[in-house]
Ligand binder design. Structure first.
Ligand SMILES: C=C(O[C@H]1C=CC=C(C(=O)O)[C@@H]1O)C(=O)O
Length: 323
């Protein structure tokens, strides 16, 4: 079962399993796992969606027994990561944690939570799926790629750096986002002679904002999958150099990222779109785990990095509804 909503739209969609064609695919951060929803993409009337709400439940077979990292644990780890970033002369390394939310005997109302997220995050791709003993929900607005099959126009964005909505940017966030911009520029120039890049501007996401730069390029359709494979994971979710940072993430993080910081591919007759899977949670029988991370640089403060993950977790936390 899958439901999703495109950014800036009111329509809710699902897939109908009517053919073997992949319509929506969830790709894990490490690229090793892919969960496919097949058939045609079909609109679901809002009334039908709400009526189905009662039967939407997590198919996770297991209870989650997991001790979440405390503020102290996380800050100690981030201090180690800051030293590592300095010693290895890294521009940035993205580290994440999982925040545990107990249902305390209640039952999550997935349809209401989904609609709350749609309302709170109009610019986000919002989804809920439950398949193969896994249930995930997410709402975020980072586009890894968007390809128009007719015009061959490819769009992507550099989205990084986080602060509260009414605060000003510091050197740390500006540098953090610039590294992502440079990384994307370097890849696109190998595939297109006419890459255009926007000014960098503020991108609101609920209670926080990010820095964003947009890219447009004409590409060959046969290069699309190669470009996506080169872009993912960008330094917005991993770090640079990519391979080295993937290994460092595996060393520092206590959990597998699974679909967090992976991407969601959605193919329609006109477009192929790839959304970065952040601000998301995995639902078990007894608890939800919210995945949140941030870019660590030599200028990071462990206390601020903890606060940033707490603020990011509010995307799901504040919209989570129970029966
Ligand atoms: C890795 C995450 O956010 C990325 C996207 C925007 C801002 C980010 C940051 O400021 O660190 C991250 O690069 C996350 O939300 O878990």
């Amino acid at each position: 079962m899958l439901y999703f909503r495109f950014p800036f739209s009111d329509e809710i969609f699902t897939t109908d399993d009517s053919s073997a064609q992949n319509a929506v695919s969830f790709v894990s951060f490490d690229g090793l796992n892919e969960l496919n929803f097949k058939g045609e993409i079909k609109e679901v009337p809002r009334d039908t969606f709400l009526a189905q709400g009662n039967s939407m439940k997590t198919t996770a077979s297991k209870l989650c027994v997991f001790r979440p990292e405390t503020k102290k644990d996380y800050e100690q780890k981030i201090n180690k990561v800051i030293n590592f970033v300095k010693n290895e002369n890294l521009s940035k390394l993205v580290i994440s944690r999982r925040k545990l939310v107990s249902y305390e005997g209640s039952k999550p109302n997935f349809s209401k939570t989904f609609l709350n997220l749609c309302e709170a995050y109009p610019n986000a791709f919002v989804y809920f799926f439950t398949k193969n003993n896994q249930s995930w929900m997410g709402a975020f607005s980072e586009v890894l790629g968007s390809f128009n099959k007719k015009t061959l126009e490819f769009e992507t964005m550099s989205l990084a750096g986080t602060t509260q909505i009414d605060e000003t940017w510091t050197r740390k966030e500006l540098a953090e986002q610039r590294h992502v911009t440079d990384y994307i520029s370097n890849i696109l120039k190998d595939y297109s002679v006419d890459v255009t890049k926007s000014e960098t501007y503020d991108h609101p996401s609920g209670n926080i904002k990010h820095l964003r730069t947009d890219f447009k390029a004409k590409i060959k359709s046969q290069d699309l999958e190669k470009i996506i494979a080169e872009l993912h994971p960008t330094p917005a979710v991993c770090g640079f150099p990519k391979k080295f940072c993937q290994q460092a993430i595996a060393k520092f993080e206590e959990h597998r990222r699974s679909f967090y910081a992976g991407y969601i591919k959605v193919e329609t007759a006109e477009t192929i779109q790839y959304f970065v899977n952040l601000r998301c949670a995995e639902f078990f029988q007894n608890v939800a785990l919210i995945y949140v991370g941030g870019g660590i640089t030599a200028e990071s403060s462990s206390e601020k990095e903890w606060q940033e993950t707490e603020l990011k977790a509010e995307a799901i936390l504040k919209n989570l509804s129970f029966f």
